[in-house]
Design a protein around this ligand. Structure first.
Ligand code: ATP
Length: 314
């Protein structure tokens, strides 16, 4: 059995999309109750932790300049929270250098910050040999962000509460997506506030419900059945803040996507394809249409945050 402390641990963590995002009224604690169907997709950040005199964050890759490197970085908050939760006899944990390699665009509705927090929890749990279970890490993570528990488990899951109360979802098959990234992000609180404003005229706001037709379509494994059932209550708010998203969604439909939607709080647009080749074709067409900053392809479901094995040196 391996007992020595590793000199560094790297964790790979996926982005999420919401196949359903049903948003309830604002709660007294300032959050919105949601019912959501998460799916983890093959677009990953990597987080490496290694012992250091003081905790510090180094960010490289996509949108690195937009990511805070101080104590407000969600990965840094996760390290602090895990340190507190596993403190031994009052002694604080040693510092760690947190290296984040970003591929998940920032403030894009793909929960990149939550993903990095989940990765940091898994990485420090391994580095410090603290031995917390995934459930225990999820309890620490839920205090940092509603999407952190899902980034730990991945796959496809139903989220309730703020999104942090998870149950596994029965899903067949793989889903292939083209993702259109916008220039600049959208602030999640601003999108929720806009959603509230747009809904203010309605006297009754129904409690969010899980979509039966979406769950049935996911069990069938047929993207053409899933596409029409994709639903995001934040989409009208995201479009009202960024009207150009409407053009991107229309372009996806014109190019044959079987489902189109804004991802979470946006502004990333998601296009569900029939299969992997169709997703690549869609990506090429959308790039040609010039309606967004960049396009990529990804598939889901994929597993959540996981340690990248260190190659044995020879
Ligand atoms: P949400 O999970 O609220 O839907 P999002 O996916 O739209 O968020 P994130 O990429 O998580 O957006 O970033 C939201 C904000 O969080 C950023 O503007 C950034 O200032 C802050 N942030 C803190 N830590 C990180 C991190 N490790 N990576 C990205 N953003 C971070």
């Amino acid at each position: 059995m391996k007992t020595s402390t590793p000199s560094a641990v790297t964790v790979r963590v996926p982005a999420k999309v919401n196949l359903q995002l049903a948003v309830g009224p604002l709660r007294s604690d300032g959050y919105h109750g949601v019912v959501t169907v998460y799916q983890a997709i093959s677009l990953y950040d990597e987080v490496t932790v290694r012992p250091a005199e003081r905790t510090r964050v180094v960010v490289t890759g996509e949108d690195a300049a937009l990511v805070p490197t101080g104590p407000t970085n969600l990965a840094s908050k996760a390290v602090t929270a895990l340190g507190r939760a596993t403190r031994q006899r009052g002694a604080s944990r040693p510092g760690v250098q947190i290296e984040i390699r970003k591929r998940i665009p920032v403030a894009a509705g793909l929960a990149g910050g939550s993903a990095d927090a989940a990765a940091a929890l898994v990485a420090c749990n391994e580095l410090w040999r603290t031995g917390l279970t995934q459930q225990e890490l999820a309890e620490v993570g839920a205090r940092l962000g509603s999407d952190v528990p899902f980034a730990l488990v991945g796959g496809t899951a139903v989220g309730r509460g703020r999104g942090e109360l998870l149950t596994a979802a029965l899903v067949s098959g793989s889903y292939h997506w083209a993702l259109a990234f916008a220039s600049g992000g959208l602030s999640t609180p601003e999108v929720y506030a806009t959603c509230d404003r747009l809904r203010a005229a309605r006297s009754v706001q129904p409690e969010p419900q899980l979509s039966g037709p979406l769950m049935a379509a996911l069990r069938s494994g047929d993207p053409a059945a899933v596409g029409p059932e994709l639903v995001n209550d934040l989409q009208p708010a995201a479009i009202s803040l960024r009207p150009e998203l409407r053009r991107a969604l229309l372009a996806g439909r014109e190019h044959g996507a079987v489902g189109v939607m804004v991802s979470g709080s946006g502004p990333t647009c998601l296009f569900l394809a029939r299969d992997a080749a169709h997703a690549r074709d869609l990506a090429v067409s959308l790039t040609g249409a010039g309606i967004c900053r960049a396009v990529t392809v990804a598939s889901g479901p994929v597993p959540g945050a996981a340690v990248v094995p260190v190659r044995e040196s020879v």
